[in-house]
Design a protein around this ligand. Structure first.
Ligand SMILES: Cc1ncc(COP(=O)(O)O)c(C=O)c1O
Length: 377
């Protein structure tokens, strides 16, 4: 491994080396990256990111105008999730947003977390970091959080924060938010909606459902611009019902001109928030609706093709994540990878999954089916 050179290296030799690196890392467009929730961002996002990456948005006095754009970005996300007048922040991703959301709940006196085994790892990580009590809630017959089991568990363990997932990482399902929220509320609890993946798709696909703040028990939502919001990495979203609920994330700063900073970090690049703002303004509700329909349509075509070849789909997804029940996921993933197809594990089901992100084409999906059919045959 090369150490730090005594005399600095010139640009050209550094860039030459990095060019080689870029040629070796997997590439989204050739179809290799089929399990990750990352996708090339909208070019406007990349441009704006470059322009604003040098400003610290957590310097709330010097860059108050940039914090204003962050507030607008959060408010747009809130609108998608059924909220007017919500507040919050752009985070580094879904994990930070979930950690911050559980921290808020704990500070408001809810120190028990009710969570299904299909929730994202970051929820379990956050509960552990915050030393909150974790109560696992079993699934119904279709891999969603069971409202009946939640009620029993809350009766036995008392109020807490229930984390529901909109777009489970392994199976692309929506937990029954409306039912869960009404149970949580009747048991004196609150709800956090982890819509890291689903936030930019589910409200567009199921406009008749109350998936977010329309439920009074919902206090916060995670939805990630750097997944299906088309913003560059890193950009997560934490949307919170009120200033009052958000207030534990406002920390005293002994030296910053504003006297406060917000969130779990100190210095935060303005690039994430401003690029998110720009991309959301540009794509608009109609753009996200079109994208959601296109990706879900592609996922359904993939399912039909897979089933016509005798492959088994674990569950009919509600957001564009398709899990194929293959058995021995590690072995199947290895074999797919040796053919350049990089899928991930489903988790609760022994199988492999594809996330149909904007860069994924039907051609890529056909190849997955062809290779899997040969492997299974
Ligand atoms: C439902 C859900 N929540 C949270 C996360 C974590 O997001 P990030 O990787 O941006 O921290 C993910 C990532 O896949 C996710 O699917």
């Amino acid at each position: 491994m090369a150490g730090i050179p005594r005399r600095g290296e010139d640009w050209l030799s550094i860039l030459r080396r990095l060019h080689g690196v870029l040629k070796r890392v997997p590439d989204h467009y050739t179809g290799g990256i089929l399990g990750s929730m990352t996708t090339p961002p909208h070019p406007l996002g990349s441009l704006v990111f470059q322009l604003f990456h040098l400003y610290n948005i957590n310097d709330l006095e010097l860059f108050a105008e940039l914090r204003g754009l962050e507030e607008e970005a959060v408010s747009m996300m809130g609108e998608i999730m059924g909220c007017e007048g919500c507040t919050g922040m752009v985070t580094s991703g879904g994990s930070e947003a979930n950690l911050a959301a559980l921290y808020l709940a704990r500070e408001h006196g809810y120190d028990t977390v009710y969570v299904a085994p299909t929730a994202h790892d970051s929820v379990f990580k956050a509960a552990r970091l915050l030393r909150m009590k974790l109560v696992e809630v079993g699934l119904d017959g279709e891999y969603r959080m069971s409202a009946r089991i939640l009620e029993e568990k809350m009766e036995a363990n008392g109020p807490g924060i229930v984390v529901v997932t909109l777009g489970t990482t392994g199976l692309g399902l929506l937990d029954p938010v409306e039912k869960i929220a009404s149970i949580a509320s009747s048991q004196g609890g609150v709800v956090h909606v982890d819509a890291a993946l689903g936030g930019f798709v589910a409200p567009f696909l199921y406009p008749e459902r109350r998936l977010g703040f329309q439920n009074p028990a919902v206090v916060s939502v995670t939805m990630d611009p750097h997944k299906l919001g088309l913003a560059p990495i890193p950009a997560g979203g934490l949307v919170v019902r009120s200033e009052e609920w958000f207030s534990p994330l406002v920390f005293k700063s002994s030296y910053m001109p504003a006297g406060i900073q917000i969130g779990l970090l100190g210095t935060r690049t303005a690039a994430s928030a401003v690029a998110t703002w720009a991309v959301m303004r540009h794509v608009g509700m109609e753009g996200y609706r079109r994208q959601a329909r296109r990706l879900m349509g592609l996922a359904r075509r993939f399912i039909r093709l897979a089933e016509s070849r005798g492959l088994k789909v674990a569950a009919e997804p509600e957001v564009p994540v398709v899990c194929l029940e293959t058995g021995d996921a590690d072995e199947v993933l290895k074999r797919l990878a040796s053919r350049g197809l990089l899928l991930y594990r489903c988790g609760v089901v022994e199988g492999v999954r594809v996330v149909v992100m904007p860069h994924v084409t039907y051609g890529h999906l056909k190849r997955v089916v062809e290779v899997l059919t040969r492997l299974q045959g």
